[in-house]
Design a protein around this ligand. Structure first.
Ligand SMILES: Cc1cc2nc3c(=O)[nH]c(=O)nc-3n(C[C@H](O)[C@H](O)[C@H](O)COP(=O)(O)OP(=O)(O)OC[C@H]3O[C@@H](n4cnc5c(N)ncnc54)[C@H](O)[C@@H]3O)c2cc1C
Length: 402
């Protein structure tokens, strides 16, 4: 039986960073990475952004190279099906058992799917490199593509496809694109930008199902209308791939619950990245499905598994870039919160405060930085760390715009 000192389940962005972290502490312990996909870790944000919009960003730049040395082995096409905590082994699809000293669960999330419309060559639930390749093939001719979902993946793919010659219809539940998350003034700007760029917007609607015939997909929308297109791509969010942990009797609550050392209740098993729920130093119990978290948490869990005494104290940010709108944020973005705007000349800071009626009334829960550099993120973390309510006047100018 093969055995690794460090075994990582999931060959994604966390895995790539965890290997760096392990190697900072332990130069020759054996590392095995078991990944379900036919390739190693990919820089996922590029799949919906740069690969479509930046001609200098070519496909060879998306690969993260995990196999640094002779003691590190990547097993592709290897899906793990079970963990035996007593034997300290995992079982893979072929039935083979692989042993571990320390085990990292870095299985990420799986796209939310509609049972009524299975994935096919014309219908994609977008997450991985194969989805990107298929969408590229579809976009090689000026097809009509429906993009479903008005959050990150949906807005990014709609922007990518319209800039690559497709006709695009974006279907989303909010009345205004981005309206559930962004401050109203910014959501209006986003919405108008998509219209100006020629994206057809079908707001206030959800897809209930659909069927494929003669190379076309006909979608059934919840207002009773139908939409016929050449292809459909969904971006409905993800659910954490936490089944292995659940089956192994570890605590799962929408994700795998870990402590501030990223450990589960089993001190040989850790979890990190999209799949982990952890106690954030500033935000409290948190789950971050974002790349800054995958990078920092991945490297941190690697060092901890290899003996470092540290805790995870990084509060991650997230971001979106579509057309000329670029923002970064930390914490909760919910447009129903009380939002204080400090905006000038297209740049600004939006402070999302607890509603007066809530027990967190006036406390800043989220901050969005529009068109500002990453050097403001630490200032945003400082504001979020203040436990008391902050009056609106005290926030204006607190994070400088110039
Ligand atoms: C298209 C796209 C664009 C994105 N853009 C942004 C962005 O602009 N900004 C941002 O902050 N974040 C973005 N993200 C999110 C970011 O990529 C994720 O937060 C990050 O990839 C999480 O890393 P991870 O290692 O936890 O999961 P992943 O990178 O998803 O890796 C998990 C891996 O585990 C594998 N796996 C799952 N179960 C098993 C199993 N049982 N056995 C073996 N392998 C298994 C999966 O196949 C997958 O390869 C984007 C994500 C996508 C999909």
């Amino acid at each position: 039986m093969q055995r690794y000192d460090y075994l990582i389940v999931g060959a994604g962005m966390v895995a790539a960073n965890a290997i760096d972290g392990i190697r900072e502490q332990d130069t020759d312990g054996s590392i095995g990475i078991l990944g379900a996909e036919p390739h190693g870790p990919v820089t996922r944000p590029a799949l919906s952004k740069k690969l479509w919009t930046d001609p200098d960003f070519t496909e060879d730049k998306i690969w993260m190279q995990p196999e640094h040395d002779a003691h590190t082995t990547l097993h592709t096409n290897t899906r793990v099906t079970a963990i035996d905590r007593n034997a300290r082994t995992v079982t893979v699809e072929s039935g083979e058992a692989i042993g571990y000293g320390k085990l990292l669960l870095a299985t990420g999330g799986a796209p939310v799917r509609l049972d009524a419309l299975p994935e096919s060559e014309q219908v994609r639930y977008f997450r991985d490199y194969a989805d990107y390749r298929r969408l590229r093939e579809l976009a090689s001719e000026p097809r009509h593509v429906a993009v479903i979902g008005g959050s990150y993946i949906g807005t990014e793919l709609a922007a990518a496809l319209i800039q690559n010659g497709c006709r695009v219809t974006l279907v989303y539940p909010e009345a205004v694109l981005g309206g559930g998350m962004l401050p109203p003034s910014l959501a209006d700007r986003l919405h108008q930008t998509y219209l100006d760029r020629g994206v057809e917007l079908l707001g206030g609607r959800k897809v209930e199902g659909g069927e494929e015939a003669d190379g076309k997909v006909t979608l059934a929308l919840d207002d009773g209308s139908r939409l016929e297109v050449d292809a459909v791509v969904f971006g409905l969010g993800v659910t954490a791939c936490s089944e292995l942990a659940e089956q192994a009797g570890l605590e799962v609550d929408g994700g795998i619950v870990v402590d501030d050392r990223l450990a589960t209740a089993d001190d040989a098993i850790f979890a990190a990245g999209d799949v982990a729920i952890y106690p954030d130093r500033i935000l409290g119990r948190w789950q971050a499905e974002h790349v800054d978290n995958a990078n920092f948490m991945g490297a941190t869990v690697g060092r901890i598994m290899a003996g470092s005494d540290e805790r995870y104290t990084h509060t991650p940010y997230f971001y979106s870039n579509v057309f000329d709108i670029a923002w970064k944020a930390i914490g909760t973005l919910d447009s129903s919160l009380d939002i204080v705007e400090d905006v000038r000349d297209g740049k600004g800071v939006y402070y999302y405060r607890g509603r007066e009626s809530d027990e967190t009334g006036g406390r800043v829960k989220g901050i969005l930085l529009l068109g500002l550099d990453a050097d403001r993120l630490d200032l945003a973390r400082d504001v979020l760390a203040v436990p008391e309510p902050l009056p609106a006047e005290s926030l204006i100018g607190r994070i400088p715009l110039d």
